[in-house]
Write a protein that binds this ligand. Structure first.
Ligand code: BGP
Length: 485
């Protein structure tokens, strides 16, 4: 009973929010370097350069304005440029992860650090950086879990190809994939292709300038083909590789047993399951094909795409789980989650974080049951956590009992899913195990870590690290393989 002996306890991060060194060591610009912070869910004023070289300022709701090219506004402070400086602190941070007893560590490789333009030019210094990081992890027996692309598309590809709406990106990504698979094949076993592939509403992350369904789903098709080819290629390079997909899972409950509310929640959940259906089952689900017909979306496919998608299904599902939501057929019930553009309905039975994210541990068990019943492949909870504003006490300590409480309940829910429901769960990597820049807000204020980093939204802070109260709590959880909460 309980979690497997080799359960992968660890923590999760992403290059664009944690690494920093955005122009160090030969790295090229990525889309998230050129806008002021994060994955840009909220409408925000950005300054950009037009193709004609003119500087313009305008509102952007996640999409790059038409014709915009990568421009860094010297007047603006970009927390993501230095982020929490893993680039210079990786040895110290990995030692802290080892002290917590991590069995694995999830990080992403910055595509533009390996291929500065995203094309077939390579940056040896970038490759060496990740060699150093993996060697450091392996020194402590920590298994690297690598997201191949976490929201950061090389800016050159956004500027010159309109990002993933152009099929050419499949080849460029494959070149990047082959490079890192070959280079790290004896150091990394666990891979994931695209982070939260269903969050394509964050257009900047995929470098697309036109925010409409036609562009979104065409880009998704290219991502599916790239992912499937990547899976096949990886298995050829090293048959021991475990290559997964990654989706943001926010299960939705119907507001009531009124059938109209139930249908709303079915539709909401289907939109997320669509991305899993394609990558796990290997085909487009009928419901989506019908929806394309209704809305006039026409996916341009090349001959052989369907076969590629069918042959390149993933080994496991990685997913993020932070909250659940509620669907209602009555538009009056709809609110925006945490001020961003995600429509949702407040659940009267659940508490929310300061950012309006409903805390729902049982929702995690429900998700695990549903996904395992539906797909029957191993599951990996690769993100989960509680974003909060932490306070440093006079004696320097950080007493984050609210975070411990959140994790306690979520680990207990996973344990029930394993013990009572028979779910095959591979591991658990809480998000932002060390403080990093928020994807949604682009700020440092919203923190997730077991480790605090002195870095603030006005650009102050010396990047020093300190353990929060949750650090020792998580250590004891790992030590007891999830028995001692
Ligand atoms: C997921 C992303 C992460 C991350 C996390 C928390 O959507 O994969 O990159 O940051 O959510 O979100 P936020 O930073 O907005 O609190």
């Amino acid at each position: 009973m309980g979690f497997k002996k080799d359960f992968l306890w660890g923590g999760a991060t992403a290059a664009n929010q944690y690494e920093g060194g955005y122009l160090s060591g030969g790295k090229g610009l990525s889309t998230l370097d050129a806008i002021a912070g994060g994955s840009h869910e909220k409408p925000r004023m950005i300054t950009y350069k037009t193709k004609e070289g003119k500087l313009e300022t305008g509102w952007s709701r996640g999409s790059l304005p038409e014709g915009a090219t990568g421009y860094i506004d010297p007047e603006l402070f970009y927390p993501s440029h230095e982020a929490t400086d893993f680039y210079h602190h990786y040895k110290e941070d990995i030692a802290l992860f080892a002290k917590m007893g991590f069995k694995c560590f999830r990080l992403s490789i910055s595509w533009a650090r390996i291929c500065p333009k995203g094309t077939d030019e390579l940056n040896e210094e970038g490759l060496q950086f990740y060699d150093n990081v993996f060697d450091e992890l392996l020194k402590y027996g920590i298994e690297p879990v690598v997201t191949m692309n976490h929201f950061d598309t090389p800016m050159y590809l956004a500027d010159n190809y309109d990002g993933w709406s152009d099929r050419k990106l499949i080849d460029y990504f494959l070149f990047f994939a082959e490079t890192i698979f070959t280079r790290y094949k004896d150091k990394v076993k666990y891979w994931m292709t695209f982070n939260e592939i269903n969050f394509l509403r964050n257009w900047t992350t995929i470098g697309v300038h036109t925010a409409d369904d036609q562009h979104k789903y065409q880009a998704a098709h290219h991502l599916f083909v790239a992912s499937a080819k990547t899976v096949q290629l990886g298995h050829k390079i090293n048959p021991d590789f475990q290559i997964g997909m990654m989706v943001a899972y926010i299960p939705s409950y119907p507001m009531s047993c009124r059938p109209e509310d139930v249908m709303e929640s079915v539709s909401f959940n289907r939109e997320q399951e669509f991305y899993m259906d394609v990558q796990v089952k290997g085909y487009y689900p009928a419901q989506k094909l019908k929806a394309f017909e209704r809305t006039g979306v026409v996916i341009k496919k090349e001959e052989g795409d369907d076969e590629i998608i069918a042959a390149g299904t993933v080994d496991y599902i990685g997913f993020s789980y932070y909250m659940s939501t509620v669907s209602s057929a009555n538009p009056e019930n709809v609110k925006l989650i945490g001020g961003n553009q995600q429509p949702a309905v407040k659940n009267p039975y659940l508490e929310e974080s300061a950012w309006g994210w409903a805390v729902d541990p049982l929702g995690l068990r429900i998700s695990l049951c549903k996904l395992y019943d539906r797909y029957n492949v191993p599951l990996f909870v690769v993100e989960n956590g509680f974003g909060a504003e932490d306070k440093i006490e006079a004696d320097g300590s950080i007493i984050d009992d609210y975070r411990i409480d959140y994790f306690k309940k979520h680990v207990a829910a996973m344990k029930d899913a394993v013990d009572l429901d028979g779910v095959d769960l591979m591991g658990y990597t809480p998000w932002g195990c060390i403080d990093l820049v928020s994807a949604g807000t682009g700020e440092m204020k919203k923190r997730y870590g077991f480790i605090y980093v002195e870095r603030y939204d006005d650009g102050t802070g010396d990047f020093s690290r300190r353990e929060k109260k949750s650090f020792n709590w998580y250590k004891q959880v790992i030590e007891s393989n999830g028995e001692n909460l």
